[in-house]
Design a binder for this molecule. Structure first.
Ligand code: GLP
Length: 263
């Protein structure tokens, strides 16, 4: 696993965006052979999306031949609901770049048939040739996408019930009213994410320090689902200094040293 430690949120966002651009450009995507990107929502990736838009406007990257799959969606929220992940993605990224609408994939939280929706999502990822780079954030309890503690580390796209802690954390997007937060979601599984050729997780802020510690220094276990990244052959964590607060000096020095001359 690579761990990139940057001083603050902005430098994490810039590093992540530049890495995505580097990967897309190196791949030289075409309509027949598109680059497949897995995408997250949340406050952590917002800076990366902003920077990706900047780089697109500066013509450093094109999303014309990029296919996207988002990680998750709330059940029961319409795409026009401001708290839906679909709305978030449209506002913060999709409408600002040249992604083709038919290349954008998001789970439909309004579906009547959840199992079919999830099965079809997995099928669509396979048909696209698999995800080349899956980007994610992390919850304070170590969840990636909506794979709450005790999710199977081999899980696939499915319905999940949110924990009280996630409902509370996400209520900040719902007028701080926990009763407005949907309790169920559709989410890709840990297995779905781990199937990607590369996985990049962004972790910023002191409130994520415990999750980062368990992800890097802890054992692989289903309590902290981020720890599954230790099994991935090409896992990257990009974090800021405050998030490293609970890491040992030795771990921090190791990664600062080994990454000092890398992209
Ligand atoms: C939600 C999302 C996750 C995200 C997490 C942390 O639970 N489903 O994908 O990583 O929130 O969000 P934030 O970046 O806002 O802290």
């Amino acid at each position: 696993m690579r761990v990139i430690i940057k001083p603050d949120y902005d430098t994490v966002a810039k590093w992540a965006a530049n890495y995505v651009v580097y990967r897309i450009n190196k791949f030289k995507p075409t309509p027949e052979h598109p680059f497949v990107l897995g995408l997250p929502t949340g406050s952590t990736p917002m800076g990366m999306y902003q920077e990706l838009i900047n780089l697109y406007q500066k013509r450093k990257v094109s999303f014309e031949n990029v296919v996207t799959f988002n990680m998750d969606e709330y059940i029961g929220l319409k795409p026009t609901d401001h708290q839906s992940y679909r709305f978030f993605m449209e506002e913060n990224f999709f409408k600002h770049v040249n992604l083709k609408p038919q290349n954008i994939h998001m789970l439909n939280g309004m579906t009547k048939d959840y199992e079919k929706e999830c099965r079809n999502y997995e099928k669509a990822i396979r048909q696209a040739g698999g995800v080349h780079l899956f980007i994610g954030g992390v919850g304070t309890d170590g969840h990636i996408a909506f794979n709450e503690p005790f999710s199977s580390l081999t899980s696939r796209t499915r319905v999940k019930t949110l924990t009280e802690s996630t409902i509370k954390a996400n209520s900040r997007f719902f007028d701080n009213d926990v009763s407005k937060v949907p309790t169920t979601v559709l989410t890709v599984g840990i297995g779905t994410i781990m199937d990607a050729a590369e996985v990049m997780i962004l972790i910023t802020g002191e409130n994520k320090a415990t999750a980062l510690k368990h992800g890097i220094e802890g054992s692989i276990n289903h309590v902290w689902t981020i720890s599954a990244l230790q099994m991935h052959p090409h896992g990257i964590i990009v974090c800021d200094k405050p998030a490293t607060k609970e890491l040992s000096e030795q771990t921090i020095n190791y990664f600062m040293d080994i990454e000092k001359n890398n992209f």
